[in-house]
Design a protein around this ligand. Structure first.
Ligand code: ASP
Length: 324
C-alpha cells in the first residue's frame, strides 16, 4: 500500500490537432499541479488537504473550466460549483451558483466543516462565503474573452455543450482546439489508505441559468468512501443518470471488483463521448478511464508510476501524446 494521486482537467472531444500553444500550457499546469500534490502527500498532508490544494491551483488557472476561466451561462454569467468528500468519514460539502468566490472548492470544504448541511447554492452560498471571509472578486474577474467567444459560438450553433465539444460553430469544425478547456478534479490516497475527492467546474457552455450539473452531486461527479475516491467529468446530465462515482465504489464494495474493473465497467455503461473519471483506491491503485476522445489527466504513485496525458495510451503503455 502506498500513496497515489490523480487529477483531471476535463474529458471531451479533444481534437488530435490541438495546437501546441493550447496544449503546452495545459500540460504544464497539469504537471505543476501533480508536483504540488505529490509534494504534499510526501509531506504527510492529509488527502483532504491535498485534493483541496490541487483543485485550488487548477481553479486559479484560466486554462481550465473552473474558477477563473469558468464557461458562461446563456445569460453570459458565471455559475461555479464544486464538491469535496472525505473517504473515511463520508463527510462532504458542495456549492453551486457562485459568481464571486475565487476558490469554490474551499467554500465547499467550509460547508462541510462549518455548517450542519452538505450543499449550499446561489444566494445562500454567496452569503456564507462572505460570512466566512473567503476571497471574493467582482463577477467580471472570472469571465475571460475566450469564454465570451465560446458562448457566442455555442449560441450561433444553438447548443449547450461540454466546453470542449466539437464543432462549436454551426457550419464549421473548430480544429484549432479553441474550446479545449475542462472541469477540474483531484483524488488522493495516503499510505494509510485515507481517501479524498474534489471536483470544481463552471459547468457547460450556454447552460441555462440555475442549471446544476454532476460535479456538486455526491455520488455523481464526486465521491469518496473507505474503498476509493472518484472525480468524474463530461456531460453532467449523463453522469447524474448513471450515478458514476458512487457506482464505481459500489461495485468494489458489493461485488468485490478491483478499482480498474469497477471504473471501466461504469465508463463503458455511459453513452460514448460523455464521461471520463480519475480514481484511486485505498491500496494505492489508480485509474483514469474515459469514453471521450481525450481527457486532460495526470497521476503518480508512491511506487514510481507517473503519467501526464490527453489522448489514449496505446497497449505498450506509451501515451499517444508523446508520439505526436
Ligand atoms: N461535468 C461538467 C458539467 O456537466 C462539465 C465537465 O466535466 O466539463 O457541469
Amino acid at each position: 500500500m502506498g500513496w497515489a494521486i490523480a487529477l483531471h482537467g476535463g474529458a471531451g472531444d479533444i481534437p488530435f490537432s490541438l495546437p501546441e500553444e493550447r496544449r503546452a500550457p495545459r500540460e504544464a499546469t497539469l504537471r505543476h499541479c501533480l508536483d504540488l500534490g505529490v509534494a504534499a502527500l510526501r509531506a504527510n498532508r492529509p488527502p483532504l488537504d491535498v485534493v483541496e490544494l490541487v483543485v485550488r491551483e487548477l481553479e486559479n488557472s484560466p486554462c481550465y473550466n473552473a474558477g477563473k476561466g469558468s464557461v458562461l451561462t446563456t445569460a453570459g454569467t458565471v455559475e461555479m460549483e464544486a464538491c469535496i468528500m472525505d473517504g473515511n468519514t463520508n463527510n462532504c460539502g458542495a456549492v453551486s451558483g457562485l459568481s464571486t468566490v475565487v476558490n469554490a472548492i474551499s467554500l465547499a470544504r467550509l460547508v462541510m466543516e462549518k455548517t450542519p448541511h452538505i450543499y449550499l447554492a446561489f444566494d445562500g452560498a454567496e452569503a456564507f462565503a462572505r460570512e466566512q471571509g473567503v476571497e471574493i472578486m467582482d463577477p467580471s474577474h472570472f469571465i475571460t474573452p475566450e469564454n465570451i467567444e465560446r458562448l457566442k459560438n455555442a449560441k450561433e450553433a444553438n447548443r449547450v455543450q461540454i466546453d470542449y465539444t466539437q464543432p462549436i460553430k454551426a457550419n464549421s469544425t473548430n480544429d484549432q482546439g479553441d474550446s479545449q478547456i475542462g472541469t477540474v478534479g483531484c483524488v488522493a490516497v495516503d499510505n494509510h489508505g485515507n481517501l479524498a475527492s474534489a471536483t470544481s467546474t463552471g459547468g457547460l457552455v450556454n447552460k441555462m441559468v440555475g442549471r446544476i450539473g454532476d460535479t456538486p452531486i455526491i455520488g455523481s461527479g464526486t465521491y469518496a468512501n473507505p474503498f476509493c475516491a472518484v472525480s468524474a467529468t463530461g456531460k453532467g446530465e449523463s453522469i447524474i443518470r448513471a450515478t458514476v462515482a458512487r457506482d464505481v465504489a459500489a461495485l468494489m464494495e458489493y461485488k468485490g471488483l478491483s478499482l480498474k474493473e469497477a471504473a471501466a465497467y461504469v465508463v463503458e455503461k455511459v453513452p460514448k463521448g460523455n464521461v471520463g473519471l480519475v480514481a484511486v483506491s485505498a491500496n494505492g491503485e489508480v485509474t483514469m478511464p474515459f469514453n471521450t476522445t481525450g481527457m486532460f489527466r495526470a497521476c503518480a504513485t508512491e511506487e514510481g508510476y507517473s503519467e501526464i496525458a490527453i489522448w489514449p495510451v496505446d497497449s505498450n503503455g506509451i501515451s499517444e501524446d508523446s508520439q505526436k
